[in-house]
Design a protein around this ligand. Structure first.
Ligand code: MN3
Length: 243
């Protein structure tokens, strides 16, 4: 096969995939996806390969987590928006979460699940800086005493979350940083959250996030996860929250 034929075949194959993907999306939000708000209703492409976070998170866990668990939250969110007449062209995901008490448990679980996972992928990267710098680093030291003390407290929140849920570093509604944890797929943006605010950093402690590699050893997963935190992205979120 000549190179041009090959390219053409590849182009046709890719075009076919793209149109199938578009046809499968019932909700096309006109709201521009914002890296700080994670406001798109559709699942976005994973920003790295499934195996990119090895050895800390294995490729099979990533594949199942992204293509099965997270994809299902996105699909069910679309279904809930249709059923509950949420116009995704005019309602941002952030605003939906801020008023989540007005909606069904299905909406709460899937809007949270979709937002949390879209955020979670962005919060990790291979070989990141090992600690934050600048204003975020200063705020963490001021609030928690030191970066190590912050990590210990955040890890404690993640370990103490009974069953499934998330640990968070939150920029509180009233200002300042706090560590919190939420059950299931709740998050700090929700009006029902115990600690309300803007999530800067979040850790998924559902067993589906770690069981294949770590089994019941959630503390080992938490310790390994610090090797993946994309502090540059967390710093951008902090700058957005405080500007
Ligand atoms: Mn998960």
């Amino acid at each position: 096969m000549s190179k041009s034929t090959q390219n053409r075949r590849q182009f046709i194959a890719n075009s076919g995939k793209a149109s199938i993907a578009i046809a499968a999306m019932p909700l096309i939000s006109k709201i521009t996806p914002n890296v700080f708000e994670v406001s798109a209703y559709q699942q976005q492409a994973l920003p790295y390969a499934y195996n990119a976070l090895e050895p800390f998170i294995d490729a099979m866990t990533m594949e199942i987590h992204y293509s099965k668990h997270a994809a299902t939250y996105a699909k069910n969110l679309g279904d809930a928006c249709t059923a509950e007449k949420v116009d995704t062209n005019t309602t941002s995901l952030n605003d939906l979460l801020k008023n989540i008490s007005r909606y069904s448990p299905k909406m709460r679980n899937n809007a949270g699940g979709h937002y949390n996972h879209e955020l979670f992928w962005q919060l990790m990267k291979p070989a990141p800086a090992t600690a934050p710098t600048g204003a975020l680093a200063d705020a963490i030291t001021k609030t928690f005493g030191s970066f190590d003390a912050f990590k210990a407290s955040f890890g404690d929140a993640a370990k103490a979350r009974f069953g499934s849920g998330w640990a968070w570093l939150v920029f509180k509604k009233e200002g300042g940083l706090a560590i919190s944890s939420t059950p299931n797929q709740d998050n700090p943006l929700m009006d029902i959250a115990e600690v309300k605010g803007f999530p800067l950093l979040g850790l998924d402690v559902w067993e589906h996030a770690y069981y294949l590699k770590y089994q019941n050893k959630r503390p080992d997963y938490i310790n390994a996860w610090w090797n993946l935190v994309n502090w540059e992205y967390v710093q951008k979120r902090y700058a957005e929250a405080t500007h």
